[in-house]
Ligand binder design. Structure first.
Ligand SMILES: Nc1ncnc2c1ncn2[C@@H]1O[C@H](COP(=O)(O)OP(=O)(O)OP(=O)(O)O)[C@@H](O)[C@H]1O
Length: 313
């Protein structure tokens, strides 16, 4: 049985599937053998250190770049197809706005260029930030420009919205406001969102899905809740023998010693023995541990795993 999400999209449908995707530039491989599935209707954070390949992955999903190996699908279609193009909107790090145009002219251009266009939604987004329609883009603040770029992206009524570090240059108040706007619009229209971000502390309240890339590959992928419950933070006295024997059967993501105490982030495989105090980790702690230890075996939850039969098709 499939469950309807919002107005469009179904729980069984994948917005993005990457099958062993690799990208090599002249300087070498940016990504290698990346496989994951993003179910439709999710708000997904794409996380990784500088140069991990986040923009590269997004570029391949919107047909700006071609994979060197593997394949990527958007709603089951190739990114260059009419269907994938029509259903996807992309907002890159350089917001695609003409500085000499007024806000109203920018929206008119959006309407003329897009066969599906929701002028009401686009105007409401601009209006809710009190951005004057007759102001030239070049005279707007960074936050106002981002708002207009959001209006243009949502005006297209995409099923998939891909945002490359959309909040990077915004102050915390504007960031919070535009995040709320993004979540409200996505929930209302059932839009799948993939957004890259270095703002780890914000992700827990923004995203219900995560894909983490580091050292060229996918390290974590899946529902935020499942990724969190898969991990336990253990604290105990440091007896100087590193990570002890009682953790041998579990996956140790990271072990840190501080003032006579050892703190271990684990992915336990069953109950943990020994004199440990166990706590649920915060999302930021889990992400930082994987970013610092990219050699840890990846964790891809079932909904984020690509189906082998589909990969072969
Ligand atoms: N056009 C290009 N030509 C050559 N190398 C490139 C090109 N674009 C990206 N790269 C390299 O590929 C790697 C991945 O870059 P990418 O921009 O995808 O990373 P990112 O995760 O988005 O980084 P950031 O967080 O800094 O935005 C980097 O080593 C980068 O130098």
């Amino acid at each position: 049985m499939t469950t309807a999400i919002g107005n469009r999209g179904f729980a069984g449908e994948a917005a993005i599937e990457a099958y062993g995707v690799g990208k090599r530039y002249r300087r070498g491989w940016a990504l290698k053998d990346c496989s994951f599935r993003l179910p439709a209707g999710r708000v997904c954070g794409l996380v990784g250190p500088n140069g991990a390949g986040k923009s590269t992955l997004m570029g391949m999903a919107v047909n700006l770049l071609q994979p060197t190996t593997g394949a990527i699908r958007v709603f089951g279609a190739t990114p260059g197809s009419e269907e994938a193009g029509r259903r996807t909107a992309f907002l890159g790090q350089d917001k695609p706005l003409f500085r000499r145009f007024t806000v109203a002219e920018m929206l008119r251009l959006g309407r003329e260029l897009n066969p599906v266009w929701d002028q009401g939604t686009a105007e409401a987004i601009v209006h809710s930030g009190d951005v004057p329609f007759d102001a030239r883009i070049g005279t707007l603040s960074g936050g106002q420009r981002t708002r207009v770029a959001f209006a243009l992206a949502f005006g297209r009524r995409p099923d998939l919205l891909i945002l490359d570090e959309p909040m990077a240059d915004l102050d915390p108040l504007v960031r919070q406001e535009l995040t709320s706007l993004l979540l409200a619009e996505a929930a209302e229209h059932g839009t799948t969102v993939l957004l890259s971000s270095h703002l780890l502390a914000d992700l827990e309240s923004t995203c219900d899905y995560l894909v983490v890339v580091a050292s060229g590959g996918v390290r974590l992928a899946g529902e935020v809740d499942e990724l969190l419950t898969a991990h336990t933070l253990l604290t105990g006295a440091d007896r100087g023998d590193g990570v002890r024997q009682d953790l041998a059967r579990h996956t140790v993501v990271e072990s840190r010693v501080n003032g006579g105490q050892v703190t271990v982030l684990t992915r336990p495989d069953g109950p943990v023995a020994g004199p440990w105090r166990a706590q649920a980790p915060a999302l930021e702690e889990v992400l930082l541990a994987y970013l610092r230890n990219p050699d840890t075996s990846p964790l891809i939850t079932p909904s984020a795993q690509v189906r082998k039969a589909a990969a072969a098709a």
